[in-house]
Design a protein around this ligand. Sequence first.
Ligand code: HEC
Length: 155
Amino acid sequence: MNARGRVGLVAGTLLAMLSSSAAGQERVVTNPARARVDYMLKCQGCHQPDGAGNPANTPPLRNHVARFLSVTGGREFLVQVPGVASTDLSDDRLAEVLNWSLLQFDAANVPQSFKPYSSTEVGALRKRPLRLERMSVRETLIAAIEEMSAKQHRK
Ligand code: HEC
């Protein structure tokens, strides 16, 4: 493929990515372009550009992260994990990048009733970050998520 073809292909892919996610995001994310850049600068080093994470040390956001919203304590957890709570973004930018990540990587699992994180909520939660206990908190939440989806399959 020549250079122009390659540029065209990249532009086409980017456009498809943007339009597939734009509809839902407008409602929830004030400035998706800014959120994307914040994610690139503050999160993707660990979570990867496509939210896939790294099997060795970072959980995937893709097709998973929004499941936490459906179990008790999960909404708080998503702000209190250290990578989120301690990032050097203001409360409103952090709320924005979190809302953006949920829709960008896991729209299908965002509950109908989801209320976007506000900067006030994020500001209060990040003052109480999880430390070492985050592993056990996470395990408990994952168990609740698995139980919930097992129930849904049995229905
Ligand atoms: C230094 C690597 C690193 C960075 C940077 C980072 N994270 Fe994480 N993230 C992790 C790890 C590791 C976990 C698993 C929980 C833990 O051990 O802290 C996690 C957990 C999460 C979770 C909870 C989901 C789960 O499955 O546990 C969310 C949501 C999240 N990160 C979003 C973000 C966002 C948004 C940013 C950028 C503002 C970010 N992270 C920056 C490494 C990172």
